[in-house]
Design a protein around this ligand. Sequence first.
Ligand SMILES: N[C@@H](CCC(=O)N[C@@H](CS)C(=O)NCC(=O)O)C(=O)O
Length: 321
Amino acid sequence: MANGQSILLHQYDASPFAEKVRLALRLKNLAWGKIDIPTIMPKPDLMPLTGGYRRTPVLQIGADIICDTGLILRELEKRFPDPQLVTSGQEGTHMMISSWTDRQWFPTSVGIVFGSNVDRIPDALKADREAMTGRKYSGDALKDRLPMLMGQWRAQLQWIEHRLEAGRGAGAGAWLFGSKPGMSDVHAHMNIWFVRRNVPDFAKACLSEAPRTQDWFDRLSEAKGQTPEDVSAEDALAIAKDAAPRLLAASVGTEPQGFRPGERIAISPDDTVPNWVTGELVSAQPNKITLFKVDGAIESLHIHFPRAGYLIRRAEEIDKP
Ligand SMILES: N[C@@H](CCC(=O)N[C@@H](CS)C(=O)NCC(=O)O)C(=O)O
């Protein structure tokens, strides 16, 4: 039975970013629970937990809500360090890799998946993603860009091939960095998983030109891990209500924007139409920011975000017309 200590992933099976976290959980062989959330808005059971952040996945442990896979994976590593996924000597590398996999390679993958399946994808999904990103997800333009995007995608797959080739030459083993699968492998796996699932012939053709990558992908995908427990949205909300956020000293270091603990702050991803979450600032560190939020039904929450890739403002600034 899930409780305030359980790792709870709010996710849906088709989400490549959720797959990143699932893969890390498998590699760490951790017990976890999953709450299946809708693929499009509205997400009425998720919003009270995240203060309005709508993306997938979100990790919950008690009354701590962790947004964005960049931070989710770092938190899992910190709280459950064994087996280690941040390879010694490669601290930091995986964050640089994720900036590429999430912000450059993923948009290319999305263009290919939508462009190849444009007539099959439900209109509601296209409309939702258009509203979220402000970009077009339908029409002939998507199909027209497809060959170019495929060229860009294959180029990036080849970077993995080159890295694996170089690593093997140096005797470093068959993973991106080091002799065991690590966090960089987890980030790099996602786009291949997503495109292979949705545009299998194209993925197969690219992988046949990249045999080391094919082998690496297959070995990584073999990680078994534990079967997740199905947790209902109501139980997840009740767990948050009954728990208190993990003790976290109110601490704000030197902040370029001069924020102080207790100030009302607003945070939004910078790669979508703004989707602000407001709350009281508890802690601001160079790579993590935590807001305190009191929701009507849930007494108190800590909502955590990474810094890179997020807009941060004083709440009163975004309240202005
Ligand atoms: N930077 C975010 C990106 C997550 C993301 O874009 N997820 C996609 C699904 S794979 C999403 O949120 N789509 C809209 C939705 O699920 O509502 C992260 O690393 O978690």
